[in-house]
Design a binder for this molecule. Structure first.
Ligand code: AMP
Length: 169
């Protein structure tokens, strides 16, 4: 059970946030296998060409999944980290805005992308990631998360793209 490997940390990184800590999942061979195998089963691998992960925990799951399925990996990063030409997308946070970036040549036109992150909360991050992938010519075919906060309307933000989560809380 994935749930048994997730640690709840109250008031991190600020008061009122119940942080879902995935490090117990990662440090367990059983937990890590549950997560990566679960993602490999959640979306038929023949329906996508590349895995795209969002910094930073999306890198951990996305890269492991890509390697397991013999696919490539594309990182979406925080501003100023990618060295080549980038496309950027900003999105609203509770207070202020955030920005993510992708390399403009991260995929060939029409490539089918599986979008991966550790957790779906408000959906703002993934919504911006979908826009970025489309802007560079990629085609997001599904989003996959380890955890979904089901009490937030994250799914609704992602439109027609199917959403899969291994654990809904
Ligand atoms: P959102 O854009 O609101 O869907 O937030 C998703 C991003 O924020 C993911 O990259 C998560 O890693 C992180 N995040 C948001 N809420 C939490 C939480 N309660 N516990 C852990 N990570 C979170």
């Amino acid at each position: 059970m994935i749930e048994s490997f997730i640690r709840d940390v109250p008031d991190f990184p600020k008061p009122g946030i119940l942080f879902k800590d995935i490090t117990p999942l990662l440090q367990s061979a059983e937990g890590l296998a549950l997560a990566i195998d679960g993602m490999a089963k959640a979306v038929d691998p023949s329906t996508y060409d590349i895995v795209c992960g969002i910094e930073s925990r999306g890198f951990i799951f996305g890269t492991a999944l890509a390697r397991q399925l013999n696919k490539g990996f594309v990182p979406i990063r925080k501003p100023g980290k990618l060295p080549w030409k980038t496309a950027a997308e900003s999105y609203e946070l509770e207070y202020g805005t955030d920005t993510i970036e992708i390399h403009v040549d991260a995929c060939d036109k029409g490539k089918r992308m599986l979008m991966v992150d550790d957790l779906l909360a408000t959906g703002g991050t993934m919504e911006a990631a979908l826009k970025l992938v489309r802007r560079i010519g990629g085609q997001p075919v599904a989003c996959c998360f380890v955890i979904e906060l089901g009490f937030l309307p994250g799914r609704a933000k992602l439109g027609q793209v199917p959403v899969h989560s291994l654990l809904k809380v």
